[in-house]
Each structure stands twice: as C-alpha cells, then as structure tokens.
Design a protein around this ligand. Structure first.
Ligand code: HEC
Length: 161
C-alpha cells in the first residue's frame, strides 16, 4: 500500500514537472508605457479614470502586463497567458498612437460598451484582482469621462472630413 502511494506521488510530481513545459504562450512585457500609449495620449481624462484603466484593463490590453505568480505555474498559467494574448490581440492600448483616428473612435466605442455592460474586466480577473473592482458611481464616472473623450475624437474626425 505504502509503495503504491509512493509511486502515485512520484508519478504525480513527474506529471506536474512535465506540465511546466506547456505554460502557455510567451508574453512579452514592457516595464514602462511608450509614446504610443493610450493613457499618455488622452490628457483630458481624469486621474481616476487613468488609474482605473491601468488597474482593471492594462494587464490584458497593453504591453505593461504584470504577470502574477500563477502565470508561471501550469496549468493556471495557460489560462492567464491565453487571456493576455487574446486581450492584446483584440485591443492593445500600447499601440494607440499607431492607430488611425477612425480605429481609435471604433475602439473607444467598444471599450465604453464593454465597461457599461460589465463585460470587462473578465469576472475571473476580478476574483483575483480586488484593486480592479470599482463602485457603481465611480464606474459611471469612468464611462462619462470616456464618452467625453469619444465626443472629442468624433468632433476632430468630423472637422477633418
Ligand atoms: C484578464 C484579462 C482581461 C482584462 C483584465 C480585461 N480584458 Fe478585455 N478582453 C480580454 C479578452 C481575452 C478579450 C477577447 C475575448 C473576449 O471578447 O472575451 C477581451 C476583449 C475586450 C474588448 C473587445 C470586445 C469586442 O467585442 O471586440 C474590449 C473593448 C475590452 N476587452 C476592453 C476591456 C476593458 C476596457 C477592460 C478594463 C475595464 C478590460 N477589457 C479588461 C481580456 C481582458
């Protein structure tokens, strides 16, 4: 019986070590935002909005990701890294300056919609990141602030047509 338990433990450990070869996609990280960063180009946003987007969105939608410890341990790392990869693929705030005005407007519209419908940040993220949670009133403020920015972008777009 003892021998069987020992074998099971060794097999389990071996399997766990083997799993570490499949941690999920490689995630490149930049420590500081560059000149193309959305928040560096949106000077009119309130400090609170900037802080919120950094805390609630930037781990998956920018290059300035803070990968948590479970992002290095498979299997949870696979999910974490897939989220970051797909999040960046859909919207990457670090590339803002490289987007044309029309794409920026489209992106901003979807960003507002996702926050308004409480689809973003992902609920699994909120469970592990209390700093990304926000009171209802503050959330409405963030939405209003982003809408004001959107209006500005739209006016610039109209005047350029
Ligand atoms: C844990 C990672 C994670 C966090 C944090 C996160 N997102 Fe996402 N986001 C994703 C992933 C993954 C997708 C793509 C798949 C999907 O739509 O579920 C996505 C998709 C999106 C999209 C595109 C939706 C569409 O229909 O095209 C927008 C916009 C977005 N997120 C905005 C945000 C905003 C704003 C925040 C912060 C308030 C945020 N996300 C926080 C992972 C994240």
């Amino acid at each position: 019986m003892k021998q069987k338990l020992k074998t099971a433990l060794i097999l389990g450990l071996g399997f766990f070590i083997l799993l570490q070869f499949w941690r999920g996609p490689d995630i490149q990280v930049e420590a500081e935002p560059t000149e193309n960063d959305f928040l560096l180009n949106a000077a009119q946003l309130e400090t609170k909005t900037i802080q919120y987007l950094k805390a609630a969105c930037y781990d998956c939608h920018s290059m300035n990701t803070k990968i948590p410890w479970y992002g290095y341990v498979s299997p949870p790392s696979r999910l974490v890294r897939e989220h970051i990869k797909n999040g960046r693929h859909s919207t990457n705030f670090s590339d803002w300056g490289e987007m044309d005005l029309y794409s920026q407007i489209e992106t901003l519209e979807v960003v507002i919609k996702e926050i308004a419908k409480e689809k973003m940040p992902l609920s699994s993220y909120l469970k592990w990141h209390p700093e990304a949670r926000i009171e209802e009133e503050a959330r409405q403020n963030v939405i209003a602030d982003l809408k004001a920015l959107l209006t500005n972008y739209q006016q610039t777009y109209q005047s350029k047509k």
